[in-house]
Design a protein. Structure first.
Length: 290
């Protein structure tokens, strides 16, 4: 389904707001993504720049090269327009949103005088795709990686530096080098999504202190397992799997792996996470993907 809102661009930008949406349910994560190469209009990019705070504009201007500046602008635009879509208690102008960082540096919306955050977000990007995930009941972590990403070193050598012993064993069992490379990238994407959902920075959860395992008998299901003392010893066998963390791994635009991670709560009673995916060019077109 496509919603074309190009006519909005003919009206004053001061009254343009994203099409309103209901908040995700407790079992849902909404994932929005944008392809930078599809945003070609200079006037549209200029309109996007009006959404940003002075600090955000500064950061964009400090980027070296037109492509980096454009992607930084699109990333902030995607965050602001995505959050503004959702009906919290009133319509939200994307320009009015304020942000802060938690004590570990993870960005959050500053809802001001609100004890319970109406929604949570997380953003990830490559040179060719930018994605933003939104949840209502728990912090979310997302990561996107190009499926064709090249590994500079031998995959197993690289994995032994960063992955758990069980993950290295899993990768070593794959004889096809191309399949092995892709499985390495999938694991990286899932692990990064978990660390970002945890929201305490990479030093709080080094990659080799936990294992992501596929669930037997499921298609695309994953579990989080931790080493016994959360040590940084990659040779320590994995133990202590739990179902507290929910994962989803999917493909975007036939070119990227995307991982979503949320912490489950009792209200979900172990139900699987549902991911709703939409592609967007803010204020121009929204496309429901899945």
């Amino acid at each position: 389904m496509r919603i074309n809102v190009m006519s909005q661009l003919q009206r004053s930008f001061s009254i343009d707001l994203p099409s309103p949406l209901q908040l995700p349910s407790r079992r849902e994560t909404h994932l929005w993504y944008i392809i930078p190469d599809e945003v070609k209009s200079t006037s549209l990019l200029k309109r996007y720049s009006h959404l940003l705070s002075p600090t955000e504009k500064n950061r964009v201007d400090q980027m070296r090269g037109d492509d980096l500046k454009k992607n930084a602008l699109l990333a902030r635009t995607l965050v602001r327009t995505t959050i503004a879509r959702y009906q919290t208690n009133k319509a939200v102008d994307p320009r009015s949103l304020m942000f802060k960082k938690n004590m570990y540096g993870k960005p959050e919306v500053d809802w001001q005088n609100c004890n319970n955050q109406p929604l949570h977000f997380n953003i990830s990007h490559t040179d060719s795709l930018i994605a933003c995930g939104v949840t209502v009941h728990a912090p979310v972590g997302i990561d996107v990686e190009d499926k064709e990403r090249k590994i500079k070193h031998d995959v197993l050598t690289f994995a032994k530096r960063f992955y758990s012993a069980d993950e290295v064993t899993f990768l070593a069992s794959i004889p096809d080098q191309e399949v092995q490379r892709k499985e390495f990238i999938k694991l990286w994407t899932l692990k990064e999504a978990y660390v970002k959902a945890l929201g305490k920075g990479f030093s709080a959860a080094p990659f080799n202190t936990f294992t992501i395992q596929s669930k037997p008998g499921t298609e695309g299901g994953y579990s989080l397992c931790k080493t016994s003392e959360m040590t940084a010893n990659p040779l320590e066998e994995t133990e202590k799997c739990n179902e507290r963390w929910k994962f989803a791994l999917l493909e975007l635009a036939d070119s990227h792996f995307a991982a979503v991670c949320i912490e489950d709560d009792q209200a979900n009673e172990g139900a699987p996470m549902r991911v709703i995916v939409r592609k967007t060019i803010p204020f121009v077109e929204d496309q429901f993907i899945s």
